[in-house]
Ligand binder design. Structure first.
Ligand SMILES: Cc1ncc(C[n+]2csc(CCOP(=O)(O)OP(=O)(O)O)c2C)c(N)n1
Ligand code: SF4
Length: 286
């Protein structure tokens, strides 16, 4: 099974999805890390749903085998939640940009963090709106706004602080320049039973000339070995310590067991779904 799974994830999805990212985009490494994580987890494409955001990052689901869904900008988490509620057996990913998650989709991010469903969110955080040609996103400057923009800029919105404030139970960061570590974070995120966020720093080489690979290498620092991710106080202390030192923590910042009961399909939907004949829909896919 692992070998079969490996070969299926290593292939790119259908050839009609020619990769459109700019050479050097950080999203390539996230794609490879996702493939490696899905292989490690021994998941088959039919067990997985990849919900893409709208943006360069959201294209990632076009390049992977597996069920996938493309909705409206900002909606990835809402669609992911809906799918998980209907089919709790699915391993559901929302794969989106920082603009998608922290601007137009911010309400979904807040309330998914509160509800804590068993979904993995991967943010490809490049500090800009890549697809629409490089406007500032809420994570512009990634903590250093004054240096990145000629205009006065509101403070950086930190997805880690947002997720922790709103009740998410797994919060990690990674850097696509270290794909092995990104893979580890993705595996841990999927294994977590609850809402898991991995904020991956994924450079936009075309429009963000400030947060470059070298900039991330200089600013990302591993969460120290002695950190206790199960303690919310320790997570806040870690965040403040990194902020003071103008560094970005990569690793697991917070992880605590989910307190809510595992999701079950509502009986109403169970009855509804049992009545539906899936055969005609599946015919074209066989
Ligand atoms: C409702 C709506 N508003 C705006 C847009 C235009 N739009 C498309 S992608 C995008 C932002 C992309 O930035 P981000 O989510 O950070 O992803 P990236 O391209 O950087 O990976 C915007 C504003 C849209 N498609 N739909
Ligand atoms: S514009 Fe930026 S985010 Fe989009 S593909 Fe190119 S490098 Fe990647």
């Amino acid at each position: 099974m692992p070998e079969a799974t490996k070969s299926v994830w290593e292939q790119n999805a259908a050839p009609r999805h020619r990769i459109q990212w700019c050479p050097g985009c950080g999203d390539f490494a996230v794609l490879n890390s996702l493939k490696a994580a899905l292989t490690t987890l021994e998941l088959t494409p039919t067990e997985v749903l990849l919900v893409g955001g709208i943006g360069c990052s959201g294209q990632i689901r076009n390049y992977l085998n597996g069920n996938s869904f493309y909705g409206t900008h900002g909606g990835a988490l809402a669609y992911a939640l809906g799918a998980k509620m209907v089919n709790p057996e699915l391993t559901v990913f929302a794969l989106a940009g920082d603009g998608d998650t922290l601007a137009i989709g911010i309400e979904n991010f807040v309330h998914i963090s509160r509800r804590d469903p068993d979904i993995t969110l991967v943010i490809m955080d490049n500090g800009v709106y890549g697809l629409t040609k490089g406007q500032d996103s809420p994570s512009a400057g990634l903590g250093h706004p004054a240096k990145v923009s000629v205009e006065e800029h509101p403070p950086f919105l930190d997805p880690v602080k947002m997720a922790l404030t709103c009740g998410a139970t797994f919060i990690a960061q990674s850097f696509s320049g270290d794909p092995k570590h990104t893979t580890e974070m993705l595996v841990e995120a999927v294994r977590h039973k609850g809402f898991a966020m991995v904020n991956d720093f994924s450079p936009c080489v075309t429009y963000n000339k400030f947060n470059t690979y070298d900039w991330f290498r200089a600013h990302c620092e591993m969460v120290p070995g002695g950190h206790d991710p199960s303690s919310e106080d320790a997570a806040w202390e870690l965040i403040r310590d990194f902020e003071r030192r103008e560094k970005l923590p990569v690793g697991i910042i917070f992880r605590k067991p989910r307190e809510k009961a595992p999701a079950k399909r509502l009986p109403m939907w169970q009855a509804e779904l049992e009545r539906i004949d899936l055969e005609p829909m599946l015919k074209g896919l066989r």
